[in-house]
Design a protein around this ligand. Structure first.
Ligand code: MN
Length: 725
């Protein structure tokens, strides 16, 4: 059983060695306070509880944090597990310490229902805490490290769940904060519980080959030392076998056994200056064979977590590859302790103010600005470096590639969300589509059922392949409709040649038979194939000719069975509709009922599902979307073909003062121009006024103008307008 004294001594030694400037009087006061508060509590192994805060404080000292942080570590479980309060701690140890303790308590305290939520919530709380005082997170990581070290006393379920959490949250955080040493330990210990077999296999291998490994490393170390000493470079070298989890991960990623793995060894050369780093590199490359493509200069381009070193991989005479990392002492401390190394250089200076933590926040936020490309080549080792974590309004965490935008977020939720997106809110404020999301952002996508769908610009804005492919899919589907229109026109042209009505295809009994013979799931699929050019209409018809002719003969006998289409929605009875659609040779045309265009009107076409292109007047309210670039795919330019005199149905609305004979006058005006009237309806309006809606056929706009003028000339008529329904 471990004792108070053992841990107290270990902590004091760590303080003396790493943070000698710490006020030991205050430390002792905090130890005394915590020991008193926890006096009735025991660790799971039966040791007095106080050894835990002592051990955490020892780790906090090792990474070089300041007095406040060490006090915070000593008191970190007081608010949570004893009757101690924020106020009491503040009055005895100052507000900063109390805030640190409270911050750690908050991270510990969150209640969770599921493991997933637990991690997410933790992650979020940690990020939030981080922006306030990074030391809270550092203490929490040290707390987790000690709990990990003493995991053997936990129940097997707890061992696994805690290890998962450590692997998912704490190790990446430690990495992100540049605390390599702690990260390695967290990973290796967690792996032991998450995959004991895999862990033991590696450990057994390393144990078995320990002697040769040691001999090899000693030999290489000696050679490098000798060489560098001979040219007067002062250095420290140490070799190590890479940590277990990094070996494990490489085995999994490359699907290799441990003895097939490329490099298990890493040597670290620590020198006095940056020029020396490059000198050493030159010597290493002269002494050993360089493995191409493995050289990394993190000195000129530091990693986002401030890590700096030169990396190279070489092979000696023994044929064993190994990595060499070259750096200065200062770089080394940053590599080992990351963010915490900051305190080492800041000792004695008041810490904790907003400005000092600014660079840390930047470090945490602007990861994507640095050598993103590099990460692709380094085996995606770094969980957080190429990802950004954001939240839905309900707190679900969504991970996206670094540099992602609200568009990526929307498509990550669901393609339906992306396709109906009309705006986005980030942290409750309207955000532009190209805003680069940051960790911890809460993103809400505003959607509308009438959204126009993605625009092609989005392809340049989005960052994720997922969003890109979903947007492309959408456009392909839109194209599909064009293909369907082309295919349908061609297919129905063939039907006409055979004198078979297209309405046969709506027969519920016949259609499945035809589709089976055609080997398509739906007519649209077949039209799309024809429109795309994968199948000719003639060939398709050939497969079902007999069925069509047979059904056609039956249908003639029972004409009632044919569905009757409404006049305006039926495609023009004439073979030539009188409209040419740009880029589409032949397609179904219908004239919209809402604005009844006639030749001469400025018109635009809308690609509809199943009906081909519907023609609207450009001033029709329903054609407003034509001006929207987002809908560019569906609105197509159309023009009137050379007038062939065919009549078009159109509608005028006539407002007049009601009187006897008015209806007759209007009808007379139309017949005097020899126009065919389809329908006249009237209704009374207040103040003895009335409105007639007159539908009739005209050839073109000039004829329509003539009608309007003639009706307008009728006494008591005060307005004549084109109809809009
Ligand atoms: Mn604790």
């Amino acid at each position: 059983m471990e004792t108070f004294q053992q841990h107290y001594d270990a902590m004091t030694r760590a303080i003396a060695r790493f943070t000698p400037y710490v006020d030991m009087g205050l430390v002792d006061k905090a130890v005394e306070y915590a020991a008193e508060k926890h006096k009735d509590q025991k660790r799971r192994d039966g040791s007095p509880y106080i050894i835990h805060p002592l051990a955490v404080a020892e780790i906090v000292a090792e990474i070089g944090l300041d007095t406040d942080a060490i006090l915070g570590a000593l008191l970190h479980d007081c608010i949570e597990d004893t009757d101690s309060t924020y106020e009491e701690i503040a009055s005895r140890f100052g507000q900063t310490v109390a805030e640190l303790v409270e911050g750690v308590t908050k991270l510990t305290r969150v209640e969770y229902s599921t493991l997933e939520e637990q991690q997410v919530e933790n992650l979020r709380k940690m990020f939030m805490a981080m922006s306030k005082d990074i030391r809270v997170v550092l203490i929490k990581i040290c707390d987790r490290l000690h709990n990990t070290r003493t995991m053997e006393y936990q129940s097997p379920e707890k061992q696994v769940s805690k290890s998962r959490e450590t692997m998912d949250i704490y190790a990446p955080l430690a990495h992100r904060l540049g605390m390599q040493k702690i990260k390695w330990e967290l990973e290796d210990t967690s792996l032991r519980y998450l995959d004991p077999e895999g862990y033991n296999e590696i450990m057994a291998y390393l144990e078995l080959h320990k002697q040769e490994a040691d001999a090899f490393m000693e030999h290489i170390q000696a050679r490098i030392t000798e060489r560098l000493t001979s040219v007067g470079i002062h250095c420290r070298i140490n070799g190590r076998v890479k940590h277990v989890y990094s070996i494990y991960r490489k085995m999994k990623a490359q699907n290799k056994t441990i003895d097939e793995l490329y490099d298990l060894y890493a040597f670290r050369v620590i020198v006095d200056s940056i020029p020396d780093c490059y000198n050493v590199l030159g010597h290493i490359h002269e002494m050993f064979n360089l493995v191409p493509g493995r050289f990394k200069d993190y000195i000129s381009t530091p990693k986002p977590n401030m890590y700096q070193s030169l990396h190279t991989t070489v092979i000696g005479k023994e044929g064993i590859p190994f990595e060499v990392q070259i750096r200065t002492q200062e770089m080394h401390e940053t590599a080992e302790y990351g963010v915490a190394a900051h305190w080492k250089y800041k000792q004695g200076i008041e810490t904790g103010n907003e400005k000092e933590f600014e660079w840390i926040r930047r470090l945490l936020e602007d990861q994507q600005e640095t050598d993103a490309e590099d990460y692709i080549h380094t085996l995606k080792i770094d969980m957080f470096d190429d990802e950004v974590f954001v939240f839905t309004p309900k707190g679900k965490v969504i991970s996206l590639p670094a540099g992602s935008t609200p568009i990526d977020f929307a498509y990550a939720i669901h393609s339906g969300v992306g396709n109906t997106m009309i705006g986005a809110k980030v942290n409750n404020r309207i955000a532009s589509y190209d805003l680069k999301l940051k960790n911890g952002d809460i993103v809400e996508i505003l959607t509308s059922k009438t959204a126009k769908g993605p625009s092609r610009d989005w392809l340049n804005i989005c960052q994720s392949n997922q969003a890109r492919s979903k947007i492309k899919q959408w456009f392909k589907k839109e194209k599909r409709e064009e293909n369907i229109i082309r295919g349908k026109a061609s297919f129905e042209g063939e039907l006409r040649r055979m004198n078979v009505s297209a309405s046969l295809l709506q027969d519920e009994e016949l259609l499945p038979v035809l589709l089976r013979k055609l080997s398509f799931d739906s007519m649209d699929d077949m039209y799309a194939a024809i429109g795309y050019g994968g199948l000719t209409a003639v060939k398709a018809i050939g497969k079902i000719r007999e069925d069509l002719l047979k059904a056609s003969r039956t249908a003639v006998k029972e004409p009632d069975k044919l569905p009757e289409a409404a006049p305006a929605s039926k495609p023009s009875r004439h073979k030539d509709s009188g409209v040419v659609v740009q880029d589409i040779d032949s397609c179904m045309i219908k004239f919209s009922r809402c604005c009844t265009p006639v030749p001469g009107d400025d018109i635009v076409g809308f690609i509809t599902k199943g009906y081909g292109v519907s023609i609207h007047r450009r001033d029709c309210p329903n054609a407003k979307g034509a001006a929207d670039p987002a809908q560019a795919g569906r609105w197509v330019p159309v023009r009137w073909s050379s007038a062939d005199g065919q009549p078009f149905a159109t509608t005028l609305e006539v407002h007049a003062q009601d009187r006897d004979g008015l209806l007759l006058d209007i009808a007379a005006a139309l017949t005097s121009l020899q126009l065919r009237i389809r329908e006249i309806t009237g209704r009374d309006l207040p103040d003895a006024r009335c409105q007639f809606t007159v539908t009739f056929e005209v050839r073109d706009l000039s004829q329509l103008a003539a009608v309007s003028n003639r009706i307008r000339a009728i006494p008591d008529v005060y307005s004549v307008r084109r109809g809009h329904s």
